[in-house]
Design a protein around this ligand. Structure first.
Ligand SMILES: Nc1nc2c(c(=O)[nH]1)N[C@H]1C(S)=C(S)[C@@H](COP(=O)(O)O)O[C@H]1N2
Ligand SMILES: [Mo]
Length: 393
């Protein structure tokens, strides 16, 4: 591909945390160990999963860096950092999850295409920046607009980084204009992550954060915003990140028959145990995360120590000491909840977790029934094996 040929195009990669598990080096794709996710409600930046499709771009002339807004609007405009920073600043706590999270487990059913991820292609961040709805007002698009006068219905984000899938062109994605101009949707043009300026891996100097939607739409290293009539025709909107039924394979796939995936479904995973853990007989701590898309909260997290025959309800929290109530004004609606339950495991068994969101959606029991060739949205019950060993283990 023009631009990116091999490792020599990746010379300017930033330093990374040594405990990240690297799933691919070029481009850099890595996730933290499971245990890191449950160490804090807000995931530290250096341990947050990193998902890239090309080399990390270097944006160093911040004075001249700008985002061009153009397309089906009357007055295109180039916005500089100072224009974005002049707008009211919001901090939104939102979970970002790659649609490929838990793909490795899906590939065990039948081969799928894509980066192999364990359960940690997810993280919870505090994103600071301007609301996209306010940014779009600067070019004359009012709040809660569905269509511009000239027929714009979607907002496309184009990045600085270049990737193979776009034949050396930029990474792109779009969201509906109605979502982009809805202040309640909390879509951000973010310049901060966890109170610090964004770092290079996560999109410095500006990235989009689309809460409740698969990570692929939260475009990093923003270069321009296009107001367009149809969804973005970019590779990642049209030829990827779509959910197909199990019957579709690489010979009969017709990409145009499915919509680009937006909201992510209800998900949960155990992070206190590996796929197979040897323990002493007795109490075992089962903790992890649960999250749903579209701003839906988590109503329940069920834990089973007998492979799913009987269940107990785990306790859930966002902020320590404060009881989590789904869809409550005081809960972070776009953020995950952590759960915690101590169970008894007198003998070797399968421990299972499943979550229920505030619309009563439940995770599917088996990965087989949601298998899809791209290996996205593996939200099946998360299962781990505990092997009870001798007391001296
Ligand atoms: N410009 C650009 N934006 C991007 C990507 C990318 O490769 N290039 N990857 C997307 C995908 S698939 C995900 S899951 C998230 C990951 O964000 P993170 O690396 O900050 O965790 O960024 C999204 N935005
Ligand atoms: Mo992703």
């Amino acid at each position: 591909m023009p631009g990116v040929k091999g490792p020599s195009d990746y010379l300017e990669e930033p330093p990374r945390h040594p405990s990240l598990q690297i799933n691919s080096k070029y481009p850099f794709n890595a996730e933290p160990p499971r245990s890191a996710l449950i160490s804090s409600y807000v995931t530290p930046v250096d341990l947050f999963y990193k998902r890239n499709h090309g080399p990390i771009p270097v944006v160093d002339d911040i004075e001249r860096y700008s985002v061009l807004i153009r397309g089906l609007i009357d007055n295109p405009r180039e916005l500089f950092m100072r224009d974005i920073k002049m707008l009211p600043k919001y901090n939104v706590t939102a979970t970002l999850q790659c649609a490929g999270n838990r793909r490795t487990a899906m590939s065990k059913v039948k081969t799928v295409k894509g980066v192999g991820w364990d359960v940690s292609a997810i993280g919870n961040g505090v994103w600071g920046g301007a609301k996209l709805a306010d940014v779009l007002e600067l070019v004359g698009i009012s709040k809660l607009t569905r269509t511009t006068k000239s027929g714009g219905k979607h907002v496309e984000f184009v990045s600085v980084d270049k990737c193979k899938e776009e034949n050396g062109g930029p990474y792109k994605a779009s969201i509906p204009l109605s979502q982009a101009t809805n202040p309640e949707a909390d879509v951000l043009v973010a310049y901060e992550m966890n109170g610090e300026p964004l770092n290079r891996d996560h999109g410095y100097p500006l990235r989009v954060v689309v809460p409740g939607v698969i990570g692929a739409r939260s475009v990093k290293w923003l270069d321009c915003i296009n107001i367009i009539a149809e969804e973005s025709q970019g590779f990642f909107m049209q030829m990827d990140y779509k959910m197909f039924p199990p019957s579709v394979n690489w010979d009969n796939i017709n990409w145009s028959t499915r919509r680009p995936q937006m909201d992510f479904p209800v998900q949960s995973a155990i992070c206190s145990l590996e796929d197979v853990t040897t323990i002493k007989p007795g109490k075992v701590k089962v903790s992890g995360y649960a999250a749903s898309g579209g701003g839906r909260g988590i109503d329940r997290v069920d834990v089973s120590v007998d492979g799913g025959k009987t269940w107990v309800e785990a306790s859930k929290y966002q902020k320590p000491g404060i009881q989590y109530i789904s869809d409550d004004m005081n809960s972070d609606k776009w953020a995950w909840v952590l759960f915690d339950e101590t169970v008894d495991a007198p003998q070797s068994t399968e421990i299972v977790v499943k979550a229920v969101d505030s619309a009563a959606n439940v995770q599917p029991e088996n990965v087989q029934e949601i298998w899809n060739l791209r290996g996205i949205l593996n939200t099946s019950w998360h299962r781990v094996q505990v092997r009870v060993g001798r007391a001296n283990m």
